[in-house]
Structure formats: structure tokens, C-alpha cells
Design a binder for this molecule. Structure first.
Ligand code: MRU
Length: 369
């Protein structure tokens, strides 16, 4: 997508130097656009854990490139398999909720095992890392095409009027390699000149909505308004939301959706107000092993400091200020699970389906029950 009119992806192999991965360090957005260079698997693990990169698809793509760096290191270490297994463990331990992480690492392990020499293993790992990134981008593009139809259906019912889509957190191109999941239909509608307007929920505690989603929509020229998280229900009651589209970090094959904390409350408000609530996801975010999202999906708990403090931009510097009394305890749950019954549908790269096992498997019949 565009940054200052120039096309960027979130992660790529440095042109002319196959030892370096370049990525947009999102901790500085929207105030500074910083490209970081990653040379080791340890640096990649830090980038994922500390959220220089984040979002399900991008975590998967970063892990894919991390495993490529690990293969290079393993070849130099003298004990290839041991080093690779250690790196896989290190990457998988960075963040628990997005299933794309283990999916990408396991895919790399399987492919690398199919090669014989160390050089061949490195080449396989690079090819797989590139493939994971390419597939992510293409799947998100297709999500846009399928989701666009939903927005067009609403547009037919209210010709010439603004189409109000509400989204939560950042399931935009910054959370993937390109296009995004929840934002991809929005970009497609905007590019078709439909009068789409986005309610961007700020998404405390880290504010990925007001920082990242607002920034990327601005860069692409999409009309949007940032709202406090708690304003979403009020807007729905007033008929000012036509459609909710959110992303997901892991969705069970039964349709339970783990996404950034606060998603569940938006789904409840949407149900109470008959607002369609869609979840956009590439199939890499589907977990085929879990049936019960509430019981089984691991929910990340992050530092309480993220709740106690907010950061922002002051006189050319990023500063952090505390917003709670000094002695107050705080808890920081990163994600929640929206039960399938509250989800109107899933927008995948293969089309839209209901949030249940039968409908999901009909789109992905190759997944054995
Ligand atoms: O904690 P993050 O920033 O990694 O959270 C991920 C998200 O941005 C959201 O949960 C998003 O809606 C789904 S990831 C495509």
C-alpha cells in the first residue's frame, strides 16, 4: 500500500543483500516512518515480541523470514538441526495468540527437512519465506474482492450516502504483508469510488487503531474518524454503522474468533443493533485443531505498564506519560474471544462463509476433519 504516494510492503528481503530483512518498525508510527534491518533470528524474535512488527499475517511472514535467517545461522554453526529447532522454539515463544506464527515456523521446518545439503536448506528456507509473504499478500487482495461485494450490496440500498464501516485495532496492511484483512474490502471500495467512511476504534491500551489504522487510511486517502472504543455501541444505536469488519489472530474451525481485546464488546453491540459483524482472515489464521475458542485459545497477557501509560508525540519526541494513580494495579489482556454465534460471516481468500465448521470446511475441503 502507499506511504507518501510510494508503494511499500511491511517486510522484504533487502535488495542486493540476502543477509538482511527489512521491515517497517511500527513502534514509531504514525509519527516517524522507520525501516529496520534484521540480520539474526534473535533480532527477529525481538522484533516480534516487542511489536516492531505485529498483526497475525505479518507475524507469520516475519517468522518465515526469521526461519530463513535461522537456516543461514544453522549452516554456519556446525549442528544444523539443533540450531534450527532452537530457533523455531525461540520464535514460537514470542507471542502466543496469533496462530500464523506457529503455522509459518512449522511450514518452514517441514520444507527445510525436505532438502539435503545446508546450501539447499537455506535456498528452500528463502523460497518458503518469500512464498509465505507472497501468499499473504495475494490472499489479502482476494479478501478485498470478496468483501467488496458486501459493501456494494449496502451501497445499493443507500445510493449516494456514506457507507460507514467500523473496525477495531489494526487489521490493515500493517498487520499483514500488504492490503490487510479487514481493510482490504475498504480499500477496494474506496478505489471503486464508493463513498466509504471508516469509524476507527482507538483500541486501548496500545492504540493500534488510532495510531496505525488511522495512519494507513490517511496515507491511502480513505475518509475516517477515530473514536474512543466505548463510542461504538452509541454509533450503532444511532444507525451510523452499516457494517463491522474486524480481523483475527486465530479463528477456530468452529468459527470462534480471537481478536484484539474489545472485539467481543463490539460484536455484542452489533448483535443488539442488527449490524452485520464480519471477520476478515486469510486461511493461515484458521486453527484446524481447536474446537472451543473460549477454552482453548491462549490469550496473551502483556505488561501492565501498557495500561498505566500512554505514549504520544511531543515537540518532536515520542514521550510516555502515566494516566493512572501511581499505586493502582492494572491488568492487560491482549485479546478476547468472540463466540461464533455473534459472527455474521467470515471473509476469506476463497469467499465468504458462515462461522461454523460445515461452512468453513466447504471452502477448505482439503482440510481433513
Ligand atoms: O497485538 P497486535 O497488534 O498484534 O494485535 C493484533 C491486531 O492488530 C488485531 O488483533 C487484529 O485485529 C488482528 S491481526 C490481523
Amino acid at each position: 500500500m502507499k506511504v507518501g504516494g510510494q508503494h511499500f510492503r511491511t517486510i522484504w528481503l533487502k535488495p542486493g543483500d540476502e543477509c538482511v530483512i527489512q521491515l517497517i518498525n511500527q513502534r514509531f508510527l504514525p509519527h516517524r516512518f522507520v525501516i529496520e534491518e534484521i540480520r539474526t533470528v534473535k533480532q527477529m524474535a525481538t522484533a516480534i515480541r516487542e511489536m516492531h512488527v505485529r498483526g497475525a499475517g505479518l507475524i507469520g511472514a516475519s517468522a518465515g523470514y526469521g526461519m530463513y535467517l535461522a537456516a543461514k545461522e544453522a549452516a554456519a554453526s556446525g549442528s544444523f538441526d539443533e540450531h534450527l529447532v532452537h530457533a523455531a522454539r525461540q520464535l514460537k515463544a514470542t507471542r502466543p495468540t496469533a496462530v500464523n506464527l506457529s503455522w509459518a515456523v512449522d511450514r518452514q521446518l517441514k520444507n527445510i527437512a525436505g532438502a539435503k545439503t545446508a546450501d539447499e536448506k537455506i535456498a528452500f528456507a528463502l523460497r518458503t519465506a518469500r512464498l509465505i509473504a507472497e501468499e499473504d499478500s495475494e490472499q489479502c487482495r482476494m479478501i478485498g474482492q470478496h468483501g467488496l461485494k458486501l459493501i456494494e450490496q449496502i451501497a445499493e440500498k443507500k445510493p449516494g450516502k456514506p457507507l460507514n464501516v467500523l473496525t477495531h485495532c489494526n487489521a490493515g496492511w500493517l498487520a499483514f504483508v500488504d492490503y490487510g484483512s479487514a481493510t482490504s474490502p475498504i480499500y477496494a471500495a474506496h478505489d471503486r469510488r464508493l463513498p466509504v467512511h471508516v469509524w476507527v476504534a482507538e483500541t486501548r491500551p496500545r492504540n493500534q487503531g488510532s495510531k496505525l489504522t488511522a495512519w494507513e487510511l490517511s496515507e491511502h486517502g480513505v475518509r475516517h474518524t477515530v473514536i474512543a472504543d466505548s463510542a461504538a455501541g452509541h454509533l450503532m444505536q444511532r444507525g451510523e454503522v452499516d457494517l463491522v469488519i474486524v480481523g483475527t489472530d486465530r479463528t477456530t474451525h468452529t468459527g470462534d474468533v480471537a481478536n484484539k481485546i474489545g472485539t467481543y464488546l463490539k460484536a455484542l453491540a452489533a448483535r443488539d443493533n442488527n449490524v452485520p459483524f464480519y471477520v476478515a482472515l486469510p486461511s493461515s489464521s484458521l486453527d484446524w485443531s481447536m474446537r472451543d475458542g473460549l477454552k482453548e485459545i491462549p490469550i496473551e497477557e502483556r505488561s501492565a505498564e501498557e495500561v498505566r501509560c500512554v505514549d504520544g508525540w511531543l515537540e518532536g519526541q515520542q514521550v510516555e506519560v502515566r494516566v493512572t494513580p501511581e499505586g493502582s494495579a492494572a491488568a492487560n489482556y491482549g485479546f478476547d474471544v468472540t463466540p461464533a454465534r455473534l459472527v455474521t460471516g467470515l471473509i476469506t481468500e476463497r469467499g465468504v462463509c458462515e462461522a461454523n465448521d460445515k461452512s468453513i470446511r466447504a471452502l477448505f475441503p482439503e482440510q481433513a476433519p
